[in-house]
Design a protein around this ligand. Structure first.
Ligand code: ADP
Length: 574
């Protein structure tokens, strides 16, 4: 830039100087020429005025100093010429332009070459009346001429001085331009150094002082100041970003879950310490493909599927003996996919232990309880003492309740152990038939409460009949149990194409919105005393939820406190 700026400025200024110099010479020359023309015209005028009919032509023309004076007759014959002693050598001058101009009454100066003298001359002629009385047709031409060389000589004399001045001026300009260009470039260099400092600045500290560039050029100073301001803003933003990044890195690397992020080409763009440990890789995995990170086919295929289809997924996988809950999520409005690996081994083991304990305890309790129930019945049969009958009744009731609870607990643990329908004895089951059976079983409670029981529709499902019976029984039991005296229970079975639904609705006590989210939890009861009084265990809806999950059936609950409840199960029917 420096060279170009210097070259262009020098060329422009030099071209300007040269043009000025040429124009000056031209103007001087034309001025001199015009002056010379004036002189020639003046001289011709003077000579015309001096001329009298008795003038001695030879001495008359000689009087001119440096000026050629020619007297020409009206027919063009040269009568006298100060520059040519031998007039016989001169041809007729009538066709000379200055003579022609004078003859035509419009005298004018002409520059042309004199064949006689061999030089360029400025000519001017006047037509003069030489009659003594000034009348008649007695005219001559008086012509004055001065050599052009005389004008040129002035010019040539002053030319060395002009050239000298031009060179001095050019030199001064050159030095001035060089100084200015150097100063401007020095400023730009400083600005550039500062900008480089800003872009090289990797630790977030912008150390340069823009003031040292100095003042002098308002525009550059303005740019410098602006850069200074931008630098400060950038520095602040950079520091903020740096701090945020540090915080984020700290958080990401200290969470227990493994986390990595892939771009659209399945290359790793971010990975935290936990994920590095899980996969046993080093941080240089960044920018490498997913295949370098994870050799597990199931995981890489599932992740690849999500990356290419921009889908999210949630699944469990065993890696190196640990169970991981894997969450794959496409970040909105980006091409990035995050994969989080949560180690749920301990949770799963704890849950398994709990379930095992649940099942074992239920089993262990069932045998002595059955024995107690048997002995109580035996005691009741042989008892003659009326006073202890109420104790026997109480033992029987509580034993029944505990057996029912244990029965539910065993059902639940059995359902929890069945993770898929493969090992289930599935047959075609008519829902209407199951509803009738349940109605039969629950008839005592239905009659006690004078419940109006209505059923409609039918549909056949492929499932374990025991599971279908449990599901319907628990829903009907609740509809009756949490109903009012003289209330109604309606069971509606619908089927359309391959999908069907079973709805159990009642106009009982209803469930508040806050409780609705919790009633499917095991042992959760809105009103414990009412549930217990009516033989509830708090496990009924938990069993319903597990059966639905096993068959992938959907459940929906609509309820309003004091109005009633409606629970619908959606399934595929045959
Ligand atoms: P429970 O054996 O106590 O009935 P469930 O798991 O079957 O246990 O139900 C959980 C709780 O949900 C019940 O205790 C009851 O408070 C509430 N509930 C269930 N069904 C109904 C219903 N149809 N109307 C009102 N409340 C209900």
């Amino acid at each position: 830039m420096k060279k170009r700026l210097f070259l262009y400025t020098t060329l422009i200024i030099f071209a300007g100087l040269l043009s000025f110099f040429t124009a000056s010479i031209y103007v001087t020359y034309t001025n001199n020429l015009s002056l010379a023309k004036d002189t020639v015209m003046e001289t011709a005028k003077i000579y015309s005025d001096l001329y009298t009919p008795d003038t001695n032509l030879a001495s008359f023309v000689k009087a001119g100093d440096n000026t050629r004076i020619t007297v020409v007759a009206l027919d063009g014959t040269v009568l006298a010429d100060s520059g040519v002693p031998d007039l016989s050598t001169l041809e007729n001058h009538l066709n000379r332009p200055e003579i022609q101009a004078a003859a035509n009454g419009s005298p004018a100066a002409y520059v042309r070459h004199s064949a006689t003298l061999g030089v360029d001359l400025i000519y001017y002629a006047l037509k003069v009346n030489i009659a003594a009385d000034g009348g008649g047709n007695n005219y001559i031409f008086i012509r004055a001429a001065i050599p052009v060389a005389k004008i040129d000589s002035y010019l040539f004399r002053s030319l060395p001085l002009l050239i000298f001045l031009l060179l001095i001026l050019a030199l001064l300009c050159f030095l001035f331009i060089r100084g200015t260009v150097n100063r401007i470039i020095a400023k730009f260099n400083s600005v550039e150094q500062n900008l480089r400092l800003l872009s090289d600045n990797s630790n977030g500290e912008y150390k340069s002082d823009l003031n040292h560039i100095g003042k002098g050029y308002e525009e550059i100073d303005k740019i410098t100041r602006e850069i200074g301001d931008v630098a400060l803003v950038l520095q602040k933003n950079f520091n903020d970003l740096h701090n945020e990044k540090n915080k984020l890195d700290y958080i990401i690397n200290n969470i227990g879950d493994g986390l990595f992020v892939l771009d659209e080409n399945k290359s790793v763009v971010l990975i935290n310490t936990a994920a590095l440990d899980i996969f046993g890789v080093t941080p240089d995995i960044i920018s490498k493909n997913l295949n370098y990170l994870c050799y597990d086919k199931t995981l890489s295929e599932a992740v690849e599927d999500c990356v290419s289809s921009a889908k999210s997924a949630l699944f469990e996988l065993t890696l190196n003996g640990n169970i991981y809950l894997i969450t794959v999520k496409r970040l909105p409005d980006t091409v990035l996919t995050t994969i989080v690996l949560s180690n749920v081994t301990e949770n799963r083991e704890n849950a398994k232990r709990r379930e095992e304990f649940f099942a074992n305890a239920s089993h262990e309790l069932k045998t002595p309880l059955t024995a107690i129930k048997g002995f109580t019945e035996l005691t009741a049969l042989n008892n003659k003492d009326e006073s202890i009958n109420k104790y026997i009744d109480s033992i029987t009731r509580e034993t029944d309740r505990m057996l029912s609870l244990i029965g539910d607990m065993l059902k639940l643990s059995e359902l929890e152990n069945s993770t898929n329908t493969k090992n289930i004895n599935s047959v075609s089951v008519s829902l209407a038939k199951v509803v009738d059976e349940v109605r039969e079983t629950e008839s005592t409670a239905i009659n006690e409460k004078s419940i109006i029981f209505k059923t409609s529709g039918d549909c056949t499902v492929q499932a374990d009949p025991g599971h279908v019976y449990e599901l319907v029984k628990n829903l009907v039991e609740n509809a009756v149990r949490y109903n009012n005296q003289g209330g109604s229970v309606t069971i509606t079975i619908k089927s359309h194409n391959n999908s069907g639904s079973l709805t159990v609705s009642d106009n009982g006590i209803g469930i508040s919105p806050e409780e609705q989210t919790r009633i499917f939890e095991r042992f959760y009861r809105v009103e414990k005393s009412r549930s217990q009084r009516n033989g509830g265990t708090g496990l009924g809806l938990s069993i319903v939820k597990h059966i639905c999950a096993l068959y992938d059936w959907k459940l929906s609950l609509k309820s309003k406190l004091g109005v009633g409840t409606e629970i619908t199960v959606f399934f595929n029917c045959l």
